[in-house]
Design a protein around this ligand. Structure first.
Ligand code: BGC
Ligand code: CA
Length: 182
């Protein structure tokens, strides 16, 4: 084989090498399309998380001031309510500000809902279940409450959203709270 032939063969080989020009531009178009769809999906996900910060798949969790809240549709004892919240990776709600009280009040509308407050360890010494200091934190007891009438160790929101102590096996709705999902 002479040298000229060899050169020709090499050029043919190079032209066929990998992507011929037409394929190469197809590839670019598909790549750009792919990136474009990726961008659209990302933007969609970001906007969903703005509109539903507590997760698009969980309409029962409501957002308020950096946290997510669940208002139960069924009634049960304080203990059962506490473990229901835990099963949902949350805890009975802690009401530590008037803003939060206001949100809860608006949502509970005079219906009774358990909160994470109890004096079952030492009578008269109320404790928030997450360790929030009771003595220095916001309270919103109904006038004359807590009165430990009979033996009442668990707190719920009651008329006008004000708090009452009641016996822990009483069955009422409950409020869970959890941090924002990542
Ligand atoms: C009392 C509450 C008490 C409740 C028990 C009400 O009449 O005012 O203090 O917790 O009864 O059901
Ligand atoms: Ca009471």
């Amino acid at each position: 084989m002479d040298e000229e032939h060899l050169h020709d063969d090499l050029r043919v080989f190079k032209d066929r090498n990998f992507f011929p020009l037409r394929l190469r531009s197809f590839f670019t178009v598909y790549l750009l399309l792919g990136l474009f769809f990726l961008l659209i999906i990302t933007l969609f996900a970001v906007s969903l998380s703005r509109v539903f910060p507590c997760g698009p798949g969980s309409r029962e969790w409501e957002y308020f001031n950096g946290k997510c809240y669940y208002f139960s549709l069924t009634r049960m004892s304080w203990y059962k309510a506490k473990s229901q919240c835990e099963e949902m990776h949350s805890q009975l709600a802690i009401i530590d500000s008037y803003a939060k009280q206001n949100f809860v009040m608006f949502r509970t509308r005079n219906e009774r809902f358990w909160i994470g407050l109890t004096d079952e360890n030492v009578e008269g010494e109320w404790e928030w279940i997450d360790g929030t200091d009771y003595k220095t934190t916001f309270t919103f007891w109904k006038e004359g409450e807590p009165n430990n009438s009979g033996n009442e160790d668990c707190a719920h929101v009651w008329i006008s959203g004000k708090w009452n102590d009641v016996y822990c096996t009483y069955e009422c709705f409950y409020i869970c709270e959890k941090p924002l999902p990542n």
